[in-house]
Design a protein around this ligand. Structure first.
Ligand SMILES: NC(=O)c1ccc[n+]([C@@H]2O[C@H](COP(=O)([O-])OP(=O)(O)OC[C@H]3O[C@@H](n4cnc5c(N)ncnc54)[C@H](OP(=O)(O)O)[C@@H]3O)[C@@H](O)[C@H]2O)c1
Length: 177
């Protein structure tokens, strides 16, 4: 059975984790309290502790098999975690779809960081995709995305395999909520 990893996979990403379960995948979910209304393999770790995170991933791989898809929603409080996850996945020496979900701070078109994509190119077994979470314009105002819109957008990126997916819109950036 195919094995997926979702880091930060509860909350707004819960829909993605449960969708992957529905696709017939074994799904390991990293969160400090990994509870969801679907059957997952919980990895209850704090991703700010890189060694603990990597040890939990290696344990999940040993128990559930190689991870061939990873979705990472990781706060800026853990700047080393996206790379730490990528390193463990790359060591498996199989092709892995790596979907990196980035929040609105990374969405500012004037502050676009293509260097991030370049940094992941060192991992030859990873197919790196970026999902940028934007906002929704409404009349003269705007709002942030709902959990459903976020999960549906990430699921769309998993299916399309597009290198970059914008959920909602990021332009004009000044119109964000
Ligand atoms: N552009 C947009 O519209 C946009 C973008 C981003 C966020 N948002 C909104 O902002 C709300 C808050 O976002 P959020 O990301 O704070 O909450 P969230 O939706 O709960 O997602 C955070 C995820 O990361 C996990 N997590 C957080 N810190 C962790 C840590 N140190 N170690 C391991 N796992 C950790 C959380 O589980 P645990 O807490 O159990 O660890 C959870 O699974 C969202 O619900 C969404 O509505 C909107």
């Amino acid at each position: 059975m195919s094995h997926a990893l979702v880091v930060g996979g509860t909350g707004m990403m819960g829909g993605v984790s449960c969708w992957l379960v529905g696709q017939g995948m074994t799904v390991s979910v990293v969160a400090r309290r990994p509870h969801l209304p679907c059957v997952i393999n919980p990895l209850a770790v704090d991703y700010r502790h890189t060694d603990t995170l990597q040890t939990a991933m290696k344990g999940a791989i040993a128990e559930q098999g190689a991870i061939d898809r990873a979705v990472c929603w990781i706060h800026g409080s853990a700047p080393d975690a996206p790379d730490a996850v990528a390193a463990v996945l790359d060591q498996q020496a199989i092709p892995v779809q790596y979907v990196h979900v980035l929040g609105s701070a990374g969405a500012d078109p004037d502050n676009w960081q293509d260097g991030e994509t370049a940094a992941f190119s060192q991992y030859e077994n990873l197919s790196y995709q970026r999902v940028v979470l934007g906002f929704v314009a409404m009349g003269n105002g705007s709002r942030w995305l709902t959990h459903r819109e976020i999960s549906d957008g990430v699921i769309g990126a998993i299916q399309s395999r597009d290198a970059v997916t914008i959920v909602g819109q990021i332009r004009p950036w000044a119109m964000r909520p």
